[in-house]
Design a protein around this ligand. Structure first.
Ligand code: ADP
Length: 355
């Protein structure tokens, strides 16, 4: 009994990544069993925090080992659903909306947005993917999906990519047709995608932004509370200058930047394993450090990654050991940064208890 009380007070010092509240207050401690020299703890973690499950389990194990040295310790992490609340007036049931932006086109922004969505989903989160790059919608191409979304009861039915609802201008436009967008049309389309799509209940909505322009960012920031923006850039100094402009643009519309991703960093030659820094290496990491922006990770230049993108097989990158660890790290680092923001913000007492 004594030990169980001590264990529960130790668990009270651990915070739920999604809410920032002690796990003992959110009903997440499912059981504490103590027998002789054996301790078993079962904790529920929401699907939002799924990418952090292993890390969280390890933290609990270490805390218990520290206090009860010599005991056999078993920590079980169980995934639970805490239903998202509607975001603002959007009617969108989502916990975090993440904008993925870049200062210029061609740096791999859509690839990173797609891989973030797939990486988070594979970790156990409910994810939607919205292609707001209305000038060059490439998500349908990268995921290999197509079709024409239809409406049911006034809601657009997104096209599904292996369990991820996707909405893109690419589904609505004939290929090879350029659309001239005026500000109000852009605003209307993005708002419609956000508010009138049947997204279902989401942990994350990943939004692929058009490069450079602030129009869509402004619309997004006015329509829904955006958790943050991820900026993608290549390591060259000139690309970093563009990334800085993108960061300034998001900050201007009050969307916090949650991290920087360096794409197309080192190329590892498949023939001889030699590393080549084609666009340089580490520039984004260094810049992020100096600017006080979290660095979410780097993704190497990889021929298969480009090939799979062209074949609509972006998901297959997660089965490739040469590329999957980088993509998984970016996804879990994003969740870690969001959790850090939540932990630093004042607690929200009204959040529902798990069950
Ligand atoms: P953006 O959205 O910034 O315009 P895309 O994601 O469409 O960029 O990527 C542009 C091209 O670069 C695509 O052909 C894509 O497959 C390729 N690409 C992106 N990232 C990488 C990478 N790390 N290695 C190799 N090719 C990449």
């Amino acid at each position: 009994m004594q030990t169980e009380i001590a264990i529960r007070s130790l668990l009270a010092t651990l915070k739920d990544p999604e809410t920032g509240r002690p796990i003992t207050q959110t009903g997440q401690v499912q059981s504490v069993l103590v027998e002789k020299n054996w301790i078993q703890v079962a904790i529920g973690l929401t699907s939002w925090a799924a990418p952090l499950a292993d890390e969280f389990r390890q933290a609990v194990v270490e805390a218990l080992q520290h206090q009860f040295s010599g005991a056999a310790i078993e920590v079980k992490i169980d995934k639970h659903d805490r239903k998202p609340l509607p975001l603002g007036t959007t009617g969108l049931n989502c916990k975090s909306v993440i904008a993925v932006g870049a200062g210029k086109g061609g740096v791999g922004k859509s690839t990173v947005a797609t891989c973030l969505a797939i990486g988070l989903q594979r970790a156990g989160c409910a994810v939607g993917l919205m292609d707001a790059d209305v000038y060059g919608p490439s998500i349908p191409h990268l995921t290999g999906i197509g079709g024409h979304p239809y409406e049911v009861d006034g809601k657009i039915q997104p096209i599904m990519h292996d369990g991820i609802p996707v909405m893109s201008m690419g589904f609505l436009m004939p290929p090879n047709k350029a659309v001239i967008w005026r500000g109000p049309m852009l605003h209307m389309t993005v708002t419609k995608f956000l508010k009138e799509t049947n997204w279902g209940d989401l942990d994350y909505l990943i939004v692929d932004m058009p490069p450079g322009t602030g129009d869509v960012a402004l619309t997004l920031s006015q329509t829904a509370p955006i958790s943050g923006a991820v900026i993608v850039c290549t390591p060259q100094p000139v690309a970093l200058l563009d990334a800085m402009k993108a960061i300034a643009m998001f900050q201007q519309v009050k969307i916090p930047v949650v991290g920087l991703v360096e794409n197309m960093s080192t190329f590892v030659c498949p023939d001889n394993g030699k590393r080549y820094d084609i666009f340089g290496n580490g520039g984004a990491r260094q810049y992020a450090l100096e600017a006080g922006i979290p660095f979410l990770g780097e993704i190497p230049i990889n021929i298969q990654l480009r090939q799979r993108g062209d074949d609509g097989q972006t998901r297959a990158n997660f089965d490739d050991p040469a590329i999957a660890p980088y993509l998984e790290q970016v996804a879990s680092n994003l969740t870690r940064q969001l959790a850090a923001i939540v932990a630093a913000s004042p607690p929200k007492p009204s959040l529902p208890v798990l069950g």
